[in-house]
Design a protein around this ligand. Structure first.
Ligand SMILES: *Cc1c(COP(=O)(O)O)cnc(C)c1O
Length: 338
């Protein structure tokens, strides 16, 4: 195995082991690690036809002392079960979910990037409806799998702002599936995302599906802004995916940076209130927003080329906790010693 730890991107890399477990006749089997990285599915599987599937994304971090940190894995388990309930799927018990993640991380330990490289082990839990069927109804069986791969730092050489553009499309309906982590939301975002990239933007920003007057989400990350009077604001809406990174930043802004931190409406005609803005999520961590192409102008926040000081501080606090260099709030870190 030879991996260039300093030049990892965000691409599929086959690691030796993944976990797989099946739910049948009302119960989960014990589950096991396997080296097989393809799935053999019934052609009538509900996941394939009716989008009965959901997923999660989290990371394992190599600490200075060589041990491994998992960040808020219990929150990923709870969110996957909220997704499962909304799509009428079998839930995965929290202890089973966490055990599966830990087993996969330990089995693929050699693939966790070294401390200081900026890389992490990205972990993808996936729950899909499978088994014989064709009528529009929930699947008779469910498959839960967890696999992982090393990924690089999103931004090499510091946080670099990028630009975004408002979308005319909606990613989710007001009381639909926006708040759960399901593939269908993503399939619906590929065309708007491509159109944004063709215009040289990183991605699009979705507005609230009811009135198109408020910011909802930044592609596949949540939005936050720092106001000129130093408040941390992130939009509140039933169709935003509740980002664990976002809730962590809300907490850190309030407790570690002593800012007022709130979820509230972010009207598109109130962007002037912000001195900094960013997008946050597990994959991107924090991505500073340089500017936004709105419906009538191009709005620049802190700078198109440099990260703002508050965004940088939030990033340092969050990643410091994740890599074990900064004390974590109670229950945020599961440390695994090999
Ligand atoms: C996963 C996801 C996020 C980020 O959530 P985290 O828990 O912070 O990783 C944001 N928006 C969408 C649409 C997502 O699917």
């Amino acid at each position: 195995m030879s991996i260039d730890w300093d030049n990892l991107g965000f691409d599929y890399i086959k690691t030796p082991f993944r976990y797989i477990s099946t739910w049948k006749n009302g119960q989960w089997d014990e589950g096991k690690l396997t080296e097989e990285n393809t799935l053999h599915l019934h052609e009538g599987s509900a996941a394939l036809h009716y989008g009965q599937q959901c997923f999660e994304g989290l990371k394992a971090y190599r600490c200075k002392d060589g041990s491994i940190n998992l960040f808020r894995v219990d929150e990923n388990s709870k969110r996957m079960n909220r997704s499962a309930r909304r799509l009428f799927m079998a839930e995965v018990p929290e202890d089973k979910f966490i055990q599966a993640v830990e087993d996969v991380v330990k089995a693929n330990e050699a693939f966790i990037p070294p401390y200081g490289s900026g890389g992490t082990l990205y972990i993808r839990p996936l729950l899909i409806g499978v088994g014989e069927g064709i009528g529009v109804k929930p699947a008779p069986e469910y498959l839960f799998t967890v696999f992982c791969m090393p990924v690089g730092a999103y931004f090499k050489g510091g946080l670099t702002p990028t630009n975004f553009i408002f979308s005319d499309y909606d990613r989710a309906a007001p009381q639909g599936t926006g708040a759960i982590k399901v593939g269908g939301n993503y399939a619906a975002s590929f065309l708007p995302g491509e159109e944004a990239k063709e215009k040289n933007f990183s991605d699009c920003i979705y507005l609230d599906p009811t009135t198109h007057t408020k910011i909802e989400e930044v592609g596949s990350a949540n939005f936050f802004g720092i106001t000129k009077d130093n408040r941390f604001i992130t939009p509140l809406s039933p169709s935003i995916l509740p980002s664990i990174t976002k809730y962590s930043l809300l907490y850190l802004a309030e407790h570690n940076l002593e800012m007022e931190a709130v979820e509230e409406d972010v009207y598109i005609d109130s962007l002037d209130q912000f001195k900094e803005a960013g997008a946050c999520g597990t994959a991107a961590v924090i991505s500073p927003i340089g500017g936004i192409q709105t419906y009538d102008d191009f709005h620049v926040f802190y700078s198109e080329t440099e990260v703002g000081p508050v965004t940088q501080k939030l990033y340092d606090e969050l990643t410091g906790i994740q890599f074990g260099d900064v004390p974590a709030p109670e229950g945020w870190i599961r440390n695994i010693k090999i």
